[in-house]
Design a protein around this ligand. Structure first.
Ligand code: ADP
Ligand code: MG
Ligand code: MG
Length: 878
């Protein structure tokens, strides 16, 4: 049995999306519902995949199946490809399963040739129209299929316009265009060394093949990588009869959304152009008109379009993004899909659709990309400034961007990758710029509308974008942007406001984002549904307050290292480390205690009523000590200068300690609880500072926190037992002298493979576990997380030795197994054990799914990830 590679339009439906791609399935579904669409057929994604596996060679049956599909289309339409009386013209459109806007190339007007052009002119009663289609076809086909440089054609067109003294393409006459076709053909043939194809049937085959190949475009890889789309899905190819928006003043083409994709508002949203063909709107070659104006120009088609929009939205129960063409007053739909939208719009649409009774809360939650919510957590321009905008464009993607002006996508990519803040400025963006867009703070274009490539891509990525800024002059070669008298050079600061379209010729101050009522409402649904608790990692009162504001139900990780490193504290640490007697050591540590207590009080006040997990000191010992070389030099210098004997002795003792404690591999050295095992004064002091702060907040505020004390980097129960003893004794003494007590839980981090493996034994002496998945990943994979991304890890990700960065998304197969095993073991010996996670992974949606499945009680992440974690935790249950 041979595979079926070709389906007629009437055979498809929305459900067949994996096979027919989004576009093919969408058009088929419209046909099924009686919406007018041009006839056609679809070559399946499987055909593309099979061709890729055969290194570009078509599977045996494919060609004959395409011919059969074409034949059936010819019969249905009563037209024949390449026929000189009733010629069929088609478009060849790529159609991936997951929409990749602008990534794959479409060829329009295929079938036009020297043999057919006259018939087309005659049928349309419009000579100019036919030659216009012809020259467009040669250019598109030449570029997309034969890889001819676009400049070859554009230069010829510009030269012709100059010669004729006209501004716009539409001012060229039929004869002009006829001459242009000749020029284009000659140029194309030259470029291909005489191998230019003129036979439409051969062109069709080559076009189908070009669509297959376009799946392997470098820019398609970049887009897929950025959007986590698998590389092995392949694209379908749609061959559809052409309808013509460029047949004159009663023809048009456009795009529309059933709701505003920037705000979510239920209002008319779209753009159209009279007497134009598809790509003209998206490419931003002419600036389109707003859809509302279509009612006057083409009333009948307009009303049909509005009806169809309503129909499709209620059918898909979601906001639709549609393409249409009007040919001689008659409306055709060419595409519909769930519209990409900003996070703000996603929330508004979700909330409205629930209010309208169209979808359930659960469905609404599933439609929101947790990662997309990042957008709302984006900064805006601080309104408190007196700067005047130097230009204004379309507010194409919200949020504010500040950075240095860059005029080339490669330069942006290079500098952005180094962590520099750049704003990409282009006349218009093309899919080839995508690698630059990804790392830019925002994008500014001089050309194109709300649906231009730059706008669509930026919205999808949550990048601020100002599109079509009028009156700005971009000279990419000289790397300058000129607006009136203002000239911005590469490297100059610039600020964009993607929410208003304003451009400022300086770096303005940004303010943190605000979370609106839609956000709050939808988050409250997430809270009703999720099972996992969501806490935050916060080390100071400001972060703690922010976390609480964003809905954190506690602090899952409060690190205490900074409480030792302050200029006022480090000398005391040196004293402690170099002390000869326990008394000396205690005296040194006692100096730090009140400062720590103060730090804790701030945090506890912000979090009163909620649980706070404080981790005792964790960093490697050497971080408290001066550098070996520097300290040697210092001592040498003091010796040479004959310094004070007492001072010199102090520095010498410090040097001796530095030498003694020097470690080749400090991350696997004296850190975490190992420090406390050597210097029990530290956990003792920290426990006292914590308890004093807890009690002081209780006294001042009438309420305090539920305190959890967490011991890091344990691998044997003995370490935890030892710490428990030290900490418990300090706690008891503090309670006794205060005459009050509160409940205190003592637990540990599980961040070493051995700890996970003996979790049952550790759980016997722990009230809780918190998985420190950063260290657990580092130690399980044996990859230093501080170095990995500079080196082989990047290469591993590129070559897919690893699918995801294990520090960003938990390695479920390996590290995940340790987590799951430890949860099970721990709960066996201690059914009361509470279990959470506090690594970077606590804010990663995929990891959150895993933690939910594994039965953890809560995740803890950075304050700004909290809303995202709340969403993801709800989605994990649905
Ligand atoms: P993309 O994925 O880049 O949007 P499309 O295949 O949707 O590519 O097509 C590009 C443009 O050409 C769109 O504006 C579309 O509406 C138009 N188009 C595609 N097929 C036809 C057709 N058969 N008749 C008229 N216009 C078409
Ligand atoms: Mg399209
Ligand atoms: Mg750790």
């Amino acid at each position: 049995m041979t595979d079926r590679y070709v389906y007629d339009l009437s055979e498809g439906s929305a459900e067949m999306k994996p096979l027919l791609g989004g576009k093919g399935a969408g058009v088929a579904e419209m046909k099924r519902l009686g919406v007018p669409v041009p006839d056609g057929f679809t070559v399946t994604t499987e055909a593309c995949v099979d061709t890729m596996t055969r290194k570009g060679e078509w599977p045996e049956d494919l060609e004959s199946q395409v011919w059969d599909g074409l034949k059936r289309l010819e019969e249905r339409t009563g037209r024949v490809l390449g026929d000189d009386k009733k010629p069929l013209l088609v478009s060849v459109r790529s159609g991936a399963v997951i929409s990749m806007p602008g990534m794959m190339d479409t060829i329009l007007n295929l079938g036009i040739s020297d043999d057919t052009v006259e018939a087309i002119a005659k049928e349309a009663g419009n000579e100019r129209f036919a030659w216009d289609c012809y020259r467009r076809f040669i250019q598109m086909y030449g570029e997309v299929v034969e890889g001819i440089d676009a400049h070859i054609y554009e230069d010829a067109l510009t030269a012709l316009k100059e010669k004729k003294g006209v501004e716009s393409d539409t001012d060229l006459s039929a004869d002009d265009l006829k001459g242009l076709v000749d020029t284009f053909k000659k140029l194309s043939n030259e470029q291909l060394g005489g191998n230019w194809t003129t036979d439409p049937r051969e062109q069709l085959m080559r076009a189908v093949d070009a669509v297959f190949r376009s799946w392997l475009n470098p820019r398609a890889f970049v887009y897929r990588k950025a959007n986590k789309i698998p590389d092995d899905l392949g694209t379908a190819v749609n061959v559809m009869q052409m309808v013509f928006g460029n047949r004159g003043d009663t023809s048009a083409t456009g795009v529309c959304f059933t709701r505003n994709p920037a705000t979510g508002e239920k209002e008319l949203y779209g753009e159209f152009l009279v007497n134009a063909q598809g790509e003209d709107v998206v490419a931003g070659i002419r600036t389109p008109r707003s859809l509302a104006e279509m009612e006057e120009v083409l009333p009948e088609a307009y009303h049909d379009l509005i009806d169809t929009m309503k129909k499709m939205e209620s059918h898909y129960r979601d906001m639709q993004d549609m393409e249409f063409t009007v040919e001689n007053g008659k409306l055709y739909l060419l595409q519909t899909r769930n519209g990409k939208r900003t996070a703000a719009a996603a929330l508004k649409v979700a909330r409205d659709l629930v209010d309208e009774g169209v979808i359930t809360k659960e469905e609404a939650l599933m439609r929101i990309e947790p990662a997309q919510l990042d957008q709302l957590l984006h900064e805006a321009i601080d309104p408190d400034h007196s700067e005047q905008p130097v230009a204004e464009g379309l507010p194409a993607s919200p949020g504010a961007a500040v950075g240095e002006a860059v005029f080339d996508a490669d330069v942006a990519a290079e500098r952005g990758a180094k962590g520099e803040k750049v704003v990409l400025i282009r006349f218009e963006t093309t899919p080839d710029d995508i690698h630059g867009v990804i790392v830019s703070q925002g994008v500014l274009t001089a050309h194109g509308g709300m649906t231009s490539h730059a706008a669509v891509v930026a919205r999808g990525m949550g990048k601020p974008c100002v599109a079509g800024a009028r009156g700005i002059k971009i000279d990419a070669k000289a790397a300058t942007l000129t607006i009136g008298d203002t000239v911005i050079h590469e490297g100059d600061m610039i600020t964009l406001d993607g929410s208003t379209g304003e451009v400022f010729a300086s770096g303005l101050k940004l303010i943190p984002p605000q979370i609106n009522a839609d956000f709050q409402e939808v988050l409250s649904w997430a809270d009703e549904i999720r099972r996992l608790g969501v806490e935050a990692n916060a080390d100071n009162a400001t972060d703690a307050a922010k976390a609480r504001e964003l809905g954190a139900e506690g602090i899952g990780l409060c690190r205490t290292e900074h409480m030792f490193f302050g200029a006022d504290r480090l000398p005391a640490m040196h004293e402690m480390i170099t002390a000869d007697t326990p008394e000396e050591r205690q005296a040194a540590v006692d100096k730090i205690l009140p400062m720590q207590q103060d730090d804790f009080e701030g945090i506890f006040t912000a979090m009163k009523g909620l649980p706070v997990t404080v981790r005792l000191l964790d960093p490697p010992l050497h971080e408290f000590l001066p550098n070996l070389v520097e300290q040697s030099l210092k001592v040498q210098k003091m010796e040479n200068q004959g310094a004070d004997a007492g001072e010199l002795d102090k520095e010498r003792r410090l040097l001796a300690q530095v030498k003694k404690l020097h470690e080749q591999n400090p991350m696997l050295g004296t850190r975490g609880c190992r420090l406390g095992m050597l210097y029990p004064e530290i956990p003792d002091m920290q426990a006292r500072a914590i308890i004093r702060a807890v009690l002081s907040v209780l006294k001042k505020e009438g309420e305090t926190v539920q305190i959890h004390i967490m011991i890091p980097l344990v691998f044997t129960p003995i370490e935890l037992e030892t710490h428990r003893r030290i900490v418990q004794q300090a706690i008891d003494e503090e309670f006794e002298s205060a005459g009050t007590k509160v409940d205190v839980k003592i637990g540990t981090m599980i961040e070493l493979p051995r700890a996970a493996l003996v979790a049952d034994k550790i759980a016997e002496v722990a009230d809780f576990f918190s998985f420190g998945t950063n260290d657990l990943t580092q130690t399980t994979l044996g990859i230093s997380r501080d170095d990995a991304e500079n080196g082989f890890l990047t290469e591993y990700l590129r070559t897919k030795v690893l699918k995801d960065n294990p520090f960003a998304s938990i390695d479920q197969e390996g590290v995940g197994q340790l987590v799951a095993g430890a949860v099970e073991k721990g709960r066996k010996t201690n059914p009361e054990l509470s279990v959470g996670v506090c690594g970077e992974h606590g804010g990663d949606p995929d990891s959150i799914h895993f933690f939910n499945k594994t039965g953890l009680d809560y995740v803890s992440c950075s304050p700004f990830r909290v809303p995202i974690a709340r969403f993801a935790a709800a989605q994990a249950v649905i």
